[in-house]
Write a protein that binds this ligand. Structure first.
Ligand code: NAP
Ligand code: F7E
Length: 330
């Protein structure tokens, strides 16, 4: 029997990698997308444009229970990966109300509709290392208490508890992956890694002269999204639902990322990077670094990308894209 998976947030970075991974495993893949994306596919469905003839897209938004209920009523899904969210931490400080409404209610709607219509469907919730925030121990593992430091982090803690509650109250197969930062050439341009690699490429081709950043000493445990989506799938194949931390266990600073990324293009970051207070956050998280021992042992999961390979791939992809844009100009 071919398994049917539903991915919310399929147009995002992780959704695109996960769709590819599940198609490779022989799944029938369905995705929830906002109607505006269906109406403007060239701009808003770019990450999955190469998959459009292999997947089924359904219009729905996290703000509308009716739209989610309708999608879930259409097919007997075996697995549901709930990735859709307002995922940019800085934006959650700018508009905490929207982030909370979208992320908390959206997750609640997904769970309620599944309980009503597909109680046997397995459910993955995209939890985040931002839930650990002002960390209670280093490294962080599944048992580390949460202390979120942003409206985004708070919304993810609520989603985590909703997911646990549906597992315990209704016996559903629901779990959370607590994923540390993961990046790649499809990362949104607002996140620091892609902001750096895309600007490196623009500087290299004379389209920009500087890169304005906030806290260069902030450190993150950065992995590659292609590695991390494999873990999402493995989690839902377990006999019993259980939450997992997914991380590389290594941290690097924004400064180190800059140094490597500029060097990859033959440039010295010190000549181009400028500090701009506006990119500092009202509250920063402490030393986020994950201990993924449970995943290594029980899921037999481990990352394949090194930090250096991640930076190289992102810079090379952005250099190539910038060069193509230049060539396409009349
Ligand atoms: P992303 O690139 O920002 O993608 C977010 C997805 O959510 C997009 O498909 C977006 O659709 C969709 N979405 C946002 N608001 C929506 C709404 N109101 N209704 C329907 N869809 C909506 O995020 P990502 O990096 O792939 O991350 C996937 C998930 O993992 C997110 O929940 C994120 O919070 C979580 N996470 C990410 C990381 C990481 O490092 N990447 C780490 C831990 C947890 P549009 O394309 O239409 O905007
Ligand atoms: O920031 C610092 C910034 O926006 C990383 C999301 O996927 O991972 C992501 O959240 C660090 C922060 O990601 C700039 O202060 C300095 O310390 O790339 P980011 P994030 O906030 O870690 C978690 C796990 C998620 O769950 C989220 O969905 O970089 N930083 N200067 C900057 N950050 C940005 N964006 N822009 C700057 O100019």
């Amino acid at each position: 029997m071919v398994k049917k998976a539903l991915i919310s947030g399929i147009t995002g970075q992780d959704g695109s990698y996960l769709a590819e991974h599940l198609l490779g495993l022989g799944y029938e893949v369905h995705g929830m997308v906002r109607r505006v994306a269906l109406e403007d596919p060239e701009r808003r469905v770019g990450r999955i444009s190469h998959l459009l003839d292999k997947i089924v897209l359904h219009p729905a938004s996290l703000e509308s229970y009716a739209s989610i209920f309708h999608v879930i009523s259409q097919h007997d899904f075996d697995e549901c990966y709930h990735l859709a969210a307002q995922s940019f931490v800085a934006e959650s400080f700018a508009d905490g109300f929207s982030t909370m409404a979208t992320n908390i209610n959206g997750t609640h709607y997904m769970l309620t509709a599944l309980r009503e219509l597909r109680p046997r469907c397995r459910f993955y919730f995209a939890g985040s290392s931002e839930m650990f925030g002002r960390v209670k121990e280093v490294p962080q593992r599944e048992t580390t208490p949460f202390y979120p430091r942003s409206p985004y982090g708070i919304s993810k803690v609520a989603g985590f508890h909703l997911t646990t509650n549906y597992r315990e109250a209704y016996g559903m197969f629901c779990l959370s992956g607590i994923l540390f930062n993961h990046e790649g050439p499809r990362r949104g341009f607002e996140f620091v890694t892609r902001k750096i690699t895309s600007t490196v490429a623009r500087i290299k081709f004379g389209m920009a002269s500087e890169l304005r950043l906030g806290n260069l000493e902030a450190r993150r445990d950065w992995g590659h999204a292609a590695d991390f989506v494999r873990a999402m799938h493995l989690m839902l194949q377990q006999e019993e639902p259980e939450d997992f931390v997914i991380a590389t266990g290594e941290t690097h600073s924004v400064r180190e990322f800059c140094e490597l990324a500029f060097a990859e293009a033959g440039l010295d970051y010190r000549e181009y990077v400028r500090i701009d207070e506006k990119f500092y956050r009202p509250a920063e998280v402490d030393l986020l670094v994950g201990d993924a021992s449970r995943a290594r042992k029980k899921l037999n999961w481990q990352p394949t990308y090194t930090f250096q390979a991640l930076v190289r791939e992102m810079v090379q992809a952005d250099l190539k894209a910038a060069e193509q844009r230049l060539e396409a100009k009349p």
